[in-house]
Design a protein around this ligand. Structure first.
Ligand SMILES: NC(=O)c1ccc[n+]([C@@H]2O[C@H](COP(=O)([O-])OP(=O)(O)OC[C@H]3O[C@@H](n4cnc5c(N)ncnc54)[C@H](O)[C@@H]3O)[C@@H](O)[C@H]2O)c1
Length: 341
């Protein structure tokens, strides 16, 4: 089988030439193929996003070049056949969000970007909000030409004035809200957590989610219809997936989701959450606390597989769509089965 950037990490590792090249690359950094076990199902190219800079695009180019040099005939065959992605491929449902306005926070990167892009390509009007104006501009540029209807709003979801600007950009009617923006902690246990980490993580993950939701609910109540999807985490289901601040914030997001579901069950507003497992986005991790990170390390070995941002967007857009009609207050683990372990 010929290898490309679209071949999975597992296919690379199991290939006689690709396995040797990838293992050699890992060994340079003191790592073994086992360290990539949860990523076996991901296309090799996803490692760039996943690695947060440790596996840059140049390193990917280097692996491909080494493979092409070592197996020129196979590489020529791949060129002739054209690059075929393996595994799951996103399939657009044309018009699924036609005529609907959907606010997506955290839209400039990772899962939020994949959600914003998918809703826009499925006909929705997207209000794409994020603290990074630069990356929002990149998203808008990438979607231009695809006929996407996208309005970008740069702002901090924990700031009330910025939240008001995001909702103002949406206009009178918000059909759906995806609260995706969030930040990680440093894996600290409670005796070592700093005020800065605690306050930042709670402010963005919980307070930001609360502020956006509070701002859109009045128009949804008026319309007697609305869908809200919160992004929790495996850390919203258990105590072993992150530090105390992130874990507390995501458990609180689960609580917020359930409260909303009950409060508006008879008002036409449905609120659900997705709890992602490991996702190849490269979400920044602000350091590794000495005690907590060490305690948590063995539990990370339980992750069965890593997902792509597009894979998470598939779960989230289902909940955002009208097809989630009978779901309210559900916390859906989109984690390849991690939470079932
Ligand atoms: N990546 C994972 O493995 C994983 C696992 C479980 C849950 N999650 C959750 O998924 C969500 C998305 O994470 P991701 O992996 O796509 O990360 P990401 O870093 O790629 O994207 C998060 C986005 O949120 C934005 N953001 C951060 N603070 C903000 C603020 N105050 N106001 C507005 N925007 C802000 C960032 O600029 C970024 O564009 C988060 O809520 C995260 O906690 C991620």
């Amino acid at each position: 089988m010929a290898l490309t950037v679209h071949s999975t990490v597992g296919e690379w590792l199991d290939h006689p030439v690709g396995g040797r090249i990838l293992s050699g690359f890992l060994a340079q950094g003191g790592a073994t193929p086992d360290s990539l076990a949860p990523a076996r199902g991901l296309p090799l190219g996803q490692l760039v996003a996943l690695s947060g800079g440790k596996f840059p695009a140049e390193a990917l180019d280097g692996l491909i070049a080494a493979y092409r040099e070592a197996a020129p005939e196979e590489a020529a065959q791949a060129d002739a056949e054209g690059e075929q992605p393996t595994g799951w491929v996103e399939e657009i449902t044309p018009g699924r969000f036609a005529g609907q306005t959907v606010i997506v926070t955290g839209a400039a990167s990772g899962i939020g970007r994949a959600v914003a892009s998918r809703v826009a390509r499925e006909g929705g009007r997207v209000i794409a909000a994020d603290i990074s104006k630069e990356k929002l501009d990149e998203l808008a540029a990438a979607l231009t030409g695809l006929g996407a209807d996208i309005v970008t709003v740069a702002g901090d979801i924990s700031d009330q004035d910025d939240v008001a600007r995001i909702v103002l950009a949406a206009g009178d009617r918000v059909d759906a809200l995806a609260n995706v923006a969030g930040i990680m902690d440093d894996m600290s246990a409670i005796h070592e957590v700093s005020d800065t980490i605690w306050e930042r993580v709670l402010r963005v993950n919980l307070e930001g989610t609360m502020r956006l939701t509070r701002a859109v609910v009045p128009s949804m109540l008026e319309a007697k219809e609305g869908r809200i999807v919160n992004v929790a985490s495996e850390a919203g289901l258990r105590g072993s997936a992150a530090g105390v601040a992130y874990t507390a914030s995501k458990h609180a997001v689960v609580g917020l989701t359930k409260s909303n579901a009950v409060m508006y069950a008879k008002s036409g507003i449905r609120t659900n959450a997705v709890a992602p497992g490991g996702v190849a986005t490269g979400i920044p991790v602000p350091g590794q606390a000495e005690f907590g990170a060490q305690v948590l390390r063995p539990y990370q070995g339980n992750i069965p597989s890593l997902a792509t941002a597009e894979g998470l967007a598939a779960s989230i857009t289902f909940l955002l769509s009208k097809d989630s009609v009978n779901l309210n207050g559900a916390i859906i683990a989109s984690d390849g089965g991690w939470s079932a372990v």
